[in-house]
Each structure stands twice: as C-alpha cells, then as structure tokens.
Design a binder for this molecule. Structure first.
Ligand SMILES: C[S@@+](CC[C@H](N)C(=O)[O-])C[C@H]1O[C@@H](n2cnc3c(N)ncnc32)[C@H](O)[C@@H]1O
Length: 411
C-alpha cells in the first residue's frame, strides 16, 4: 500500500479560517454545526503534513477546511468519497443543459416500459392513496428489460415514487454515459452523483435517513407523504447542480488532497505523520443501514436484498452491509484501542470527537488512550465552550457537555 506522505505543510493563523460550503445531504452525527470547534481543535494539535478525516461521513471537514490543509478523506461507505470529492477535487466544464436533455431522454425511454398507472394525481381517500403506494411497490416483482432499472424496481413506493425512481435511474445512466464517452472526469462524476444524493434526500418521504420509510396511516401522514411524492426530483437536481458548480469553481483548490474508502485501520496503516481527525459512530445503529440507499446508488450493483421470514424486509436493505465495531457494545473498546495504536504507529497527532452516548464512557476512553499512547503523547480533553479539562476534574463537567474533543499531541 502506498504511504500518504506530503511535504511539510505549515499554516499561518489566517490560513486556517474555515470556509462556508454548501451542504449536500442530511447526515446523522454531522459536525457541520460545530465545525469551528472541530477546526480549532485540529489546529491546536497540528504540526504539519496532511489532515486525515478518518470517518468523513458527509465530509463537513473537507467542506470547511479543504482550502486550508491537504486533506485525506476516508470512510468505509463509498457515498462519502463522492461527497468529499465535491469539496476537494476541481471539476472541468459541466454542461448542465446537455446533461438534463440526455437524462430526460433516458427517463422517457425507461418510462415507456411501464404500463401500470402509478401516478399520485387522483385519489380521494386514504385507502385509494395506499392502493397507489402498493402499486408502486409491486414494481419489485416486474422484470425490466432496460439496463438502468435498479431504483424503479427496488424502491418505487418506498422513500420515493416510481416517477422519482425513474429519474434517479435516468440521471445515473446519463452520468455513466458521460464518463464512458470521456466527457466527464472523476471529479465531474463525483459532483453530479453527489447532487443526485442531494436530490434523493430532499425528495424522500422519510425522516432524513433510509432506515424506515413512513406508512400513510392517517389523513395527516398521507398529506405529508404526498408532499414528497409530488416533489420533482429532476428540478431539485438541476437547481443544486447549478449552485454547486459555481461554488466549486470559486472555492475548490487541490492542495494534493486524497480520498479513500477504507476501514479506519487500513487507512491509518497508510499514514505517516500529520494529524488525524476521528469522528467515529457513537450509537448502536449502523450507518450502513441508515444510508443503505445512498450506498446502493453509489455502487449501483443490483444488490441482493435482505430476507426475513421468507420475504424481503420492509426497508429493502442490501444484504451485504458493513457492521462497524464502534456500534457494537462488546467491540467498541477494542475498536478504540486499535484506533490509538494506529495513531501511535503512524506518528500522527489526534483530535477525536467524543459524543456522550451510552456506547463508551469518557473515562474508559481516556484510560485506553493513556494506556495505548502512554508517555509519547500529551493527552487532554476540551469542550465546545473551550474549557480545558484536566484528567482529574473533567469527570463531573463532561457529563453536561455533549460534544467533547480528546486531543493527543506528540511530545
Ligand atoms: C459520526 S459519522 C462522521 C460524520 C462526519 N464527521 C461529518 O461531519 O459528516 C461516522 C462515520 O464513520 C463511518 N464508519 C463506521 N465504521 C467505520 C470503519 N470501520 N472504518 C471507516 N469508517 C467507518 C460511518 O460510515 C460514518 O460515516
């Protein structure tokens, strides 16, 4: 494996100012709201080299600090690499008009293969609305002849209507064709795919993730779901694409950034020095379940869907999903120990976000960090209010502070 090395990269006080950046998706545990605290924490341990965002998620760090440090963004989920690229990799010219025209043709073509009436235009009762929902969901049993049918088959009537799914497939087909014909670079591909993730998120009838879609059980939930059924995904896509292209051209500079889709231990194995920002999961729910539909768009691999009791599970999850040790109570201590060992071995400094949930206590985390990094590192904890917490005193105060940072700097 190649080592991630970069020439000494020194910062001045002015150059670490974070930039404003457009958010693309809604993401559980995103640090967008406390990005200044994260940025200052990184700065307090940084002594040159790259900043590795080890669990990059929705890539808020790349968004905010991509103009300040050479960043290496990593996450086990492949959709994260698409989003990181938006903030880190310069694009070429993207012709929005030609993209939209080609997507429309692909959409019309695919739509012609569906003879059922799946529209939400006419219904006068909850029962009728649910019949339309059911007809949309039934598409999972149809055998489609055209190639790009993953979403219309698997997700119609779930988070999206068949109509919206047809557009998702049509955009994916168009983006793939553009890459195939050499009209798109990798960065153009990642940017347009990320905009598609955005359009999916803002037309979805779910609550911001894809763990469960909502059922229309009452008039009021039906009305609310129907608001999303009527959203024009193609318009959300086009509007955001135009905005992001402008932002990208004005803001993205390649400071030799890099992006990987690796398990955190493998990523740490590639590092030589620099500073690691680690924001692992702190809940027992797996990101791979909450965001499976984004992973499926990114991989577009027609996954086998999970079966329970002989039928496909309601959430239509991919069968192959990453199970993070940070989300499994019996594995979480070992996962942090591996994290600290990887930091020590790579000779990096560390800023570790800590959220006060039931997965692991701050006391245990500090014990593991001290045991693993021992005398080679100075270790301390800070809160969003900039209170420096010494080992003796922090136990009480840390209970009231939700977001904390464990900092470890090489002596
Ligand atoms: C709290 S989120 C990170 C949020 C991110 N800092 C942001 O602001 O959007 C945790 C991330 O860890 C990733 N993850 C979980 N287990 C992982 C592993 N073993 N290796 C790499 N990434 C992992 C998840 O996919 C998820 O995106």
């Amino acid at each position: 494996m190649t080592k991630l090395v970069i020439d000494e990269f020194k910062r001045t006080e002015e150059s670490i100012k974070s930039r404003t950046y457009p958010k693309l998706i809604k993401y559980m545990g995103s640090k967008a709201k406390i990005i200044d605290f994260v940025s200052e924490s990184i700065h307090s341990v940084y002594d040159g080299g790259i900043v590795c965002d080890l669990f990059s998620g929705a890539a808020s760090l790349s968004g905010a600090l991509g103009g300040c440090y050479p960043i290496h963004a990593n996450d086990i989920q492949s959709y994260s690499s698409l989003i990181a690229s938006v903030y880190l990799k310069p694009i070429r010219e993207i012709n929005v008009k030609s993209l939209m025209e080609e997507a429309l043709l692909n959409y019309i073509n695919a739509k012609s293969s569906i003879t059922l009436d799946l529209s939400y235009e006419v219904f006068s009762s909850l029962e009728q609305f649910n019949l339309i929902e059911e007809r949309n969901r039934e598409l999972i049993n149809v055998n489609f002849d055209h190639e790009y049918h993953l979403f219309v088959k698997n997700y119609s009537g779930t988070w999206w209507s068949a109509e919206q799914c047809l557009w998702i497939d049509a955009f994916k087909q168009t983006i793939d064709s553009k890459i195939g014909r050499g009209e798109f670079t990798e960065a153009d591909y990642a940017l347009t795919m990320s905009v598609l993730l955005h359009a999916m998120a803002y037309s979805s009838q779910g609550t911001g993730h894809y763990a469960q879609y909502r059922d229309a059980k009452t008039q009021s939930s039906m009305k609310d779901i129907n608001i999303y059924r009527k959203k024009r995904l193609q318009e959300l896509f086009e509007k955001k694409l135009n905005q992001i292209i402008i932002w990208s051209k004005e803001n993205v500079i390649d400071l030799n950034h890099s992006i990987t889709t690796l398990d955190y231990k493998d990523c740490l194995g590639m590092l030589e020095g620099g500073t690691v920002y680690a924001d692992p999961p702190y809940a027992f729910v797996h990101y791979s379940r909450f965001y499976h539909a984004m992973e499926t768009l990114s991989l577009y691999d027609y996954p086998t869907l999970q079966i329970k009791g002989g039928s496909i599970v309601k959430g239509r999850y991919r069968e192959e999903r990453h199970q993070s040790p940070f989300c499994i109570k019996s594995q979480v201590s070992g996962a942090f120990e591996d994290l600290f060992l990887g930091i020590k071995k790579s000779g990096s400094n560390l800023a570790l976000s800590y959220s006060n949930t039931a997965m692991i206590s701050l006391e245990t985390l500090l014990d593991i960090s001290k045991r693993t990094l021992n005398s080679n590192y100075e270790i301390w904890v800070e809160g969003t209010d900039h209170q420096h917490m010494t080992m003796g005193r922090q136990n009480d105060r840390s209970r009231d502070v939700k977001e904390l940072m464990l900092l470890a700097r090489k002596r």
